[in-house]
Design a protein around this ligand. Structure first.
Ligand SMILES: Nc1nc2c(ncn2[C@@H]2O[C@H](COP(=O)(O)OP(=O)(O)O)[C@@H](O)[C@H]2O)c(=O)[nH]1
Ligand SMILES: [Mg+2]
Ligand SMILES: [Zn+2]
Length: 327
């Protein structure tokens, strides 16, 4: 049988197969095979061999037993996670397809700088970001749309919603249907209300945990996938905001995660241009001529600063990575 891991804890995996779920453990041969692979490739190990979101094939002693073994783990399409300080790779959610970034049109105010950070995080993990602007009833549609115009022009999907009027809820359901998504957004933007509108009773620990227990800590609490009645899963990731931008690869560069910079990057004089202080920088020129938004460029600078001045590159590696890159 083939299923999807919706929960992982201390070597026990809950695997959803259709409407049923099975508590499974890993077959030892999987662990041995991974050890051999690591010895051959010299890659850094994974914290967990199987993660929430992984598609696995399982066997059960008896179909009615509710327990079984994970026999194989299918290749991942995406890995949303981070590299730990010790170099081990930690996958928070495997096969994540969408990062739903929620903001309120008002109360709290739209924070577009924070949006840029979430977008970079999604781009870096190859996960599609979708923006959801909630509380549309508190603002004028035209005004909100004008603010988001830049992002729509960049090709990002924007969904406008209101819990009060019910506007956009169907659209949001449509966007989430049959996909694995994760939700991010500050406290008070309406995450809980939206989920409850999508499917009554649907509750995430996100936000609540962020606000109180997790303040300033870097622990990632247990991730779970919640099955959606209309198809798909939403990841309940209480610690997701602490992930920040840890998963961005320095060698690949930050610029690659700003789609509007793509056409200009090859035009820069220096292959390893950081678009900050270098002469003959095509990106800076594009900012001056208005082809790249100043606000977005400022976000780029802020995010590179956020990476604690360690933002340097190896030009050789960069060239090879460039060609291997998707999109
Ligand atoms: N006017 C308005 N208020 C909303 C909307 N969605 C949520 N709220 C209110 O905003 C507050 C925060 O919502 P909540 O779902 O708890 O936000 P969370 O912290 O992101 O989970 C609550 O008082 C909600 O009733 C909306 O679309 N319009
Ligand atoms: Mg909430
Ligand atoms: Zn440049």
């Amino acid at each position: 049988m083939e299923g999807i891991v919706i929960k992982a804890r201390g070597g026990a995996y809950e695997v959803q197969v259709g409407k049923r779920s099975y508590t499974c453990s890993l077959r030892h041969h999987l662990i041995e095979a991974e050890k051999r692979r690591l010895a051959e490739t010299k890659e850094m190990p994974y914290v967990d061999l199987v993660a929430v979101g992984d598609r696995v094939s399982i066997s059960t002693a008896a179909p009615t037993s509710g327990t079984g073994y994970i026999e194989a783990c299918l290749p991942r399409t995406t890995q949303f996670g981070r590299t730990r300080m010790d170099g081990w790779r930690q996958v928070i959610v495997a096969n994540l397809e969408m990062l739903l970034i929620i903001f309120a049109a008002r109360h709290p105010t739209l924070k577009l700088r924070m949006l840029d950070r979430f977008l970079v995080t999604a781009e870096a993990s190859d996960v599609e970001p979708v923006l959801c602007i909630n509380k549309l009833d508190l603002a004028k549609f035209e005004n909100v749309q004008r603010e988001l115009n830049l992002y729509e022009e960049l090709g990002y999907k924007v969904v406008y919603t209101s819990i009060v009027t019910g506007f956009g809820i169907d659209k949001l359901r449509e966007v989430m249907q049959n996909r694995i998504s994760a939700i991010v957004g500050s406290s008070g933007v309406g995450k809980s209300s939206l989920l409850n509108a999508l499917q009554p009773g649907l509750q995430l620990r996100i936000g609540e945990v962020d606000a109180r227990i997790h303040k300033g800590r870097h622990t990632t609490t247990e991730v779970m996938l919640l099955p959606l009645e209309f198809g798909g899963f939403v990841a309940d990731t209480p610690g997701i905001r602490t992930l920040g931008l840890l998963e961005i690869d320095d060698e690949q560069g930050l610029d690659i995660h700003f789609p509007e910079m793509h056409p200009y990057i090859p035009e820069c004089k220096f292959a390893a241009c950081t678009h900050q202080h270098e002469p003959a920088c095509a990106v800076k020129r594009a900012v001056e001529t208005g082809n790249i938004s100043t606000l977005r460029y400022e976000s780029y600078l802020r995010i590179s600063g956020f990476k604690e001045g360690r933002y340097e590159r190896n030009p050789d590696k960069r060239r090879t990575n460039r060609t291997a890159r998707r999109r």
